[in-house]
Design a binder for this molecule. Structure first.
Ligand SMILES: NC(=O)NC(NC(N)=O)C(=O)[O-]
Length: 375
């Protein structure tokens, strides 16, 4: 799907994001910025500090400068669209906002983050109050953190950082979930997303409530709903997990899985798809796991649910092919600064001089050597 609004929110608390610091949050707490739920408001509701807002709100500045919050992305990746939602902030929204991104390995403290190499994703730009202010972003950087600035002060209900997660090759090796967002799995098509996004199927961890899964509207025709997933890497699947947890009265009755190898066949050609899991009955509110034995290589997998309903998670465990793994490493190395790549290679036990050489090199030979370092 090319629609940026359908991309997963890399900052959301639902995928492990955190607002690790704000220079001020007197009126309303910074953590509200990344709550997955839409913002809410109750007029004439006063706490000790003033009107209660569902967002991040600083005091009125009496000296020059600007306010800022530091966000750790739950899914490091390339940000394609920022949404600065000022819902319910009418007399107290910031006139302008800006956002910067950084790629920092390890577990930096807020103080260390302040010294990071911040790259501009959104220059200071005007925003409107009580509005979802949407900005497309043009960057190639795999960000791990964002810095959101309000010029000079004010309140913001939510920040959404829609984008493409880029896998860390240290954790996408051996047998892993080839559909997981954190490894670069992504939704490429879907029949219906009436209630919730199909990307939720690929989110980390178990869903806590029904709303954290994918749910379609009730079908009133003879068809069935489906979702198509681009795998993190071309690979061979060994197990599938179809988790209907929390879908009690609206789980699908049956499901099938099929796959295609987009390197040798056209995914748009229905005849190119091969069955992976035959039509299988599902139970409501159940984590189903199936062993897969076909041994075939796939780049895309399609889940058909019959006739409609919802599902919490889809996991597709398997191993990447050698060229699939090399592609995954190439995507990562093209999106991280050389000093970051060098630090990661050192962490993998690569000798210092080789790490420096590999991090700085480019071209097919360098790609092959880099992929070998992570295999
Ligand atoms: N009515 C308000 O919202 N006032 C103030 N904000 C809060 N939260 O009370 C302010 O000055 O922005």
């Amino acid at each position: 799907m090319n629609d940026r609004s359908a991309l997963p929110d890399l900052a959301s608390r639902a995928v492990g994001g955190a607002v690790v610091h704000a220079n001020d949050e007197l009126f309303a707490e910074r953590e509200n910025l990344i709550k997955p739920a839409a913002p809410a408001y109750q007029p004439y509701t006063f706490g000790h500090k003033g009107q209660v807002y569902d967002g991040w709100e600083t005091r009125r500045r009496r000296e020059p400068g600007h306010d800022f919050a530091l966000i750790r992305l739950g899914l490091p990746g390339i940000v394609r669209r920022l949404v600065v939602d000022t819902a319910f902030f009418t007399g107290n929204y910031p006139p302008e906002v800006s956002v910067q991104g950084a790629a920092v390995d390890g577990y930096p403290s807020p103080a260390e983050l302040l010294d990071a190499d911040w790259v501009e994703l959104l220059p200071a730009s005007p925003v409107r109050g009580d509005t979802e202010n949407s900005f497309d972003v043009d960057t190639a950087l795999r960000c791990t953190h964002l810095k959101l600035c309000m010029h000079p002060d004010g309140g913001i209900a939510r920040l959404r950082a829609r984008g493409e997660p880029v896998a860390d090759p240290r954790w996408a090796r051996g047998e892993f979930d080839l559909a997981a967002l954190e490894h670069g799995g992504h939704v490429t098509g879907c029949s219906n997303m009436f209630y919730s996004s199909p990307s939720n199927l690929l989110a980390p961890g178990r869903a806590a409530v029904m709303g954290e899964g994918w749910e379609t509207a009730r079908r009133r025709d003879d068809g069935n709903d489906w979702v198509e997933v681009g795998l993190a890497a071309a690979g061979v699947l060994t197990a599938a997990e179809l988790d209907t947890s929390h879908f009690v009265g609206n789980a699908p009755g049956w499901a099938t899985l099929s796959g295609v190898d987009g390197r040798v066949a056209d995914p748009a050609d229905p005849a190119a798809w091969r069955e992976i899991l035959p039509r299988t009955r599902l139970q409501p509110d159940t984590r189903h796991r199936f062993r897969l034995h076909s041994g075939a290589e796939f780049t895309h997998v399609r889940l058909d649910v019959h006739p409609d309903g919802g599902m919490a998670r889809l996991r597709l465990h398997g191993t990447a092919t050698a060229d699939g793994h090399a592609d995954l490493v190439r995507r990562w190395s093209a999106a991280v600064p050389p000093e970051y790549a060098r630090a990661v290679l050192l962490d993998c036990g690569v000798p210092a001089d080789t790490a420096a050489e590999l991090a700085a090199a480019s071209g097919p030979d360098a790609d092959t050597a880099l992929a070998a370092a992570f295999r």
